[in-house]
Design a protein around this ligand. Sequence first.
Ligand code: PAF
Length: 279
Amino acid sequence: MKIISSIDDLRDQLHGQLRTAFVPTMGNLHEGHLSLMRLARRHGDPVVASIFVNRLQFGPNEDFDKYPRTFQADVEKLEKEGVYVLFAPTEKDMYPEPQEYRVRPPDGLGNTLEGEFRPGFFEGVCTVVTKLFSCVQPRVAVFGKKDYQQLMIVRNMARQLGLPTEIIGAETYRADDGLALSSRNGYLSSEERAEAPVLYQQLNGVAEAMRAGERDPLAVERRAMEHLAARGWKPDYVSIRKRIDLQAPSAADLEAGTPLVVLAAAKLGNTRLIDNLEI
Ligand code: PAF
């Protein structure tokens, strides 16, 4: 595997490649990331991964400084997966001057859910993803469904900007007890780790209620939030949305059986976890 940090060297290395499959990451790789590499391999060749902890998508009080950086271990994992190039730019490589040109998602999708609780997050993601795409020029790029809203925003962005990259969504990789794998799980104490699957259990409870014909999504959401709060969580949201645009379903949508997804974000101790489930 070639490890490349400069954009020019990356372009030289990938020159003439027309079927590149790309997996952008922020490192601290776990089985979930590796499953994205395997899916990428099914959709293109060569497989290119990136590791870059993108300052632009972190708020001033978020965990940019303490975000886990495990470069050597990541390299070994990617080598085993047969990744051809690892693009690992420094901040100077990626942002040699202040990144004043930005890509901002539209308000409806960009300001709800994660966008409401993490202002600027999706602008940071869209900006870095556009720049990474410009460096790698992939034919396909793989994003996990665990970050459901991110996947949708990146897919819409690629379509609206006419980028030549097809966005592929990968199923969420879960531990045996249901907890979605995430780099931030490493922040959990052992007691918190034992409690963490309750978030996914609540999503399943919401999905079951809706499948059983419940017609008051707000009441279902409220029950799940109250349950989490009673166990010591601090929920930001548990929200039932339409899959198509992540807006709240109307009574007519519920009647028509419009495909739904339930999304949740909640803090357990100091760790903020997110998860979702298609209904
Ligand atoms: O999902 C992530 O790890 C990041 O948001 C991404 C897509 C690599 C952009 O920094």
